[in-house]
Ligand binder design. Structure first.
Ligand code: SF4
Ligand code: SF4
Length: 139
């Protein structure tokens, strides 16, 4: 999938994101085929690096990196409420029309990448970066 983790990395521009999605289409079709025919997905081999990433690295990442405190909202906010609706954990509520983040963030970046006004930043890390959100999401 196209990168959307702008707390640490860059998101692709729109044309590049479309290329990445197009390249994933065959794998998506194979997955759809498995679901339709009731077959299991092919087993994925997890190497040592994968196990480390899903184990120690992931635990440390959540412990030290994943937090909502750096999120800020600017005067560009149009109070549409999309960020509140997008948060899968209900970690973000509008207060007097502007978002306030709680302590249950999972760093999915749905709030910041889906803001139609570009009003949300993650500290200085997200400044000037393109936001990526799947074009199908709005539909
Ligand atoms: S999505 Fe953006 S513009 Fe809409 S309420 Fe949230 S911060 Fe404001
Ligand atoms: S990054 Fe995701 S989990 Fe965290 S507040 Fe935004 S939408 Fe919610």
């Amino acid at each position: 999938m196209p990168e959307n983790y702008i707390a640490l990395f860059d998101a692709p521009e729109e044309a590049e994101a479309r290329k990445i999605i197009a390249a994933a289409q065959p794998a998506l079709e194979r997955g759809i085929g498995c679901i339709r025919s009731g077959r299991d997905f092919p087993a994925v081999k997890a190497g040592l690096t994968d196990k480390l990433k899903s184990g120690i690295v992931n635990a440390a990442f959540y412990r030290f990196i994943v937090r909502a405190k750096p999120f800020t909202v600017s005067d560009a906010c149009i109070r549409c409420g999309k960020c509140e609706n997008a948060c899968p954990l209900g970690n973000l509520r509008l207060r007097d029309g502007t978002p306030v983040w709680g302590g249950r963030c999972t760093h999915c970046m749905a709030c910041i990448c889906g803001c139609p006004a570009g009003a949300i930043e993650y500290g200085t890390a997200s400044r000037g970066k393109p936001r990526y959100q799947c074009p199908e999401y709005e539909k």
